[in-house]
Write a protein that binds this ligand. Structure first.
Ligand SMILES: Cc1ncc(COP(=O)(O)O)c(C=O)c1O
Length: 488
């Protein structure tokens, strides 16, 4: 649940801080429809770069930024792209929202905002006193540190030591403290242990745990969900929307599926993970290389009862395809031999590693349900290759220069060769098996409330609907907060 209890003493200090720093907080409504951004801020944005750490950029936490690095305002529709059949091997239309054009280059900056906004405007979180702690395996903690530094508030980023160098390099510019925990992508327990240690030893930390904060779920339910719906309004025509395929990390993004299923009740929601760490699929564990997903547990905010399918992706497929999509020889091959258009191939760097996994999920989903050219599958390209140039370099060092032979192999084996293996269509008790895993992490290990865990399953769908209906209340509080600050 999202706690909206007011703390007036701390709120007064927060209001003062925002006034000093010229900070206006956007509402969810403005993030859905950024044309409602105040004119003064729109004018100022014309001189501001997308990643600049300035308050005006809070209004760029939207899918609708003009895709440019500097000065862009907003477009009527979200950034999205359709992947042509030459690259999917299926007839079904696969359409993806594009995350690169958020500040920080990833949509998790929005989820971090969704977690930060309620405690900020209620006064629970006091930027003059608290350090904001962002436990994460990557982009969420980058997004959180970004949002917090706009508030001139100290941030602690906690992430596994084996995440890509680009993440650490950038974090150094915004977080006051970076804590590296042992292991790689899926080692979240180690992050939780560090959080527990900070809580026990410091009295000024405020934890924003994306795996448990419903602000993350709600931001995606509302903002990503509406963005998907608007894309379909434009693209669907007489075609049929069949479902959304999303690899899960904190299971925030997949909250958009709940929104889409309410809008299209026959559609499905597929959750993805790595074959090498098959927690949802096989209750398994392991290390993998799809950065941002698959954290060896079921997040508290995952609406498992509404999840229809689990699709596991081999990380070798994603890692080889980022080479095909980004190395010169690969791109030449796609244009000259496969017949992909040059303009499309030039957009392939918009897909980071987990975006490629999302694309592969959509392909497997289309094959499994035997979808045709009149069917549409949605997904998200969470971040771009900006975060993974070091991974390309490592691959070059390990496997040598990328050649045409590599392209042929990777295209056929890792893209066209996708099958309907490593996936499961969930029945009631399959879903319950996954839901049960929450007990061990959240009740036994993290001390969460058992009644609430049961409510997630048995008070269904009301438990989830209550959260979904929080947006207008948060927006009202944001409006009142901005009035107190008095800048607009
Ligand atoms: C690159 C990347 N892909 C996928 C995800 C998964 O999104 P979610 O945590 O909303 O499930 C994340 C989350 O941070 C991410 O950083």
């Amino acid at each position: 649940m999202i706690d909206l209890t007011m703390n007036e003493t701390q709120l007064a200090r927060t209001v003062e801080r925002c006034r000093e720093r010229n900070i206006v907080i956007p509402t969810f409504e403005q993030m859905r429809d950024p044309s409602k951004t105040p004119d003064k801020i729109k004018d100022e944005l014309k001189d501001i770069e997308l990643w600049d750490v300035v308050p005006q950029n809070l209004f760029r936490i939207t899918w609708k930024n003009v895709p440019t690095d500097k000065g862009g305002l907003f477009r009527p529709l979200p950034n999205y792209m359709e992947i042509p059949p030459e690259l999917t091997g299926v007839e079904a239309r696969i359409i993806a929202l594009v995350g690169k054009w958020f500040p920080t280059g990833a949509h998790k900056v929005g989820a971090a905002f969704g977690c930060l906004a309620p405690p900020l405007v209620t006064g629970q979180f006091d930027p003059t006193m608290h350090k904001a702690v962002w436990p994460s395996t990557g982009n969420y903690c980058r997004g959180g540190a970004y949002d917090a530094s706009i508030l001139a508030c100290d941030s602690v980023a906690i992430l596994p030591e084996e995440m890509s160098q680009e993440r650490f390099d950038w974090l150094k510019t915004v977080a006051s403290e970076i804590i590296k925990t042992p292991g790689s992508e899926s080692n979240v327990k180690e992050i939780y242990d560090k959080v527990a240690e900070l809580k026990a030893t410091r009295d000024n930390v405020f934890i924003f745990n994306q795996f448990a904060e419903f602000g993350n779920y709600l931001w995606h339910y509302d903002i990503t969900g509406h963005a998907m719906q608007e894309v379909l309004d434009k693209e669907l025509g007489n075609d049929a929307y069949q479902g959304v395929c999303l690899t899960t990390g904190s299971a925030g993004t997949i909250g958009s599926g709940d929104f889409m299923k309410q809008a299209y009740p026959t559609s499905k929601i597929a959750a993805g993970e790595a074959v090498q760490c098959p927690t949802l699929w096989l209750n398994g564990y392991g290390a993998h290389r799809i950065e941002g997903i698959g954290d060896k547990h079921v997040p508290w905010i995952h609406n498992v009862r509404n999840t229809d399918q689990i699709i596991a992706i081999d990380d070798n497929d994603s890692m080889n395809l980022i080479r095909l999509f980004n190395e010169d020889a690969g791109r030449k091959y796609l244009v000259n031999d496969i017949g992909a258009s040059e303009s499309f191939v030039s957009q392939l760097p918009l897909l980071g590693i987990s975006s490629v996994a999302n694309l592969l999920m959509a392909i497997k989903f289309a094959k499994y349900y035997e979808l045709t050219k009149n069917d549409v599958v949605l997904t998200v390209f969470t971040d771009s290759m900006d975060m993974y140039q070091s991974r390309l370099k490592e691959a070059r060092e390990t496997h040598g220069t990328y050649t045409e032979k590599d392209s042929v192999k990777d295209y056929h084996r890792h893209l066209m060769g996708q099958k309907t293996d490593a996936m499961i269509e969930l029945g009631h008790y399959d879903r319950k098996r996954v839901h049960h895993l929450k007990y061990f992490t959240w009740i036994e290990q993290q001390g969460f409330d058992l009644d609430e865990l049961n409510a997630q399953w048995y008070d269904y769908p009301r438990y989830w609907e209550n959260i979904q209906q929080t947006t207008p209340k948060i927006d009202k509080l944001i409006g009142e907060f901005n009035e107190k600050v008095g800048l607009i």
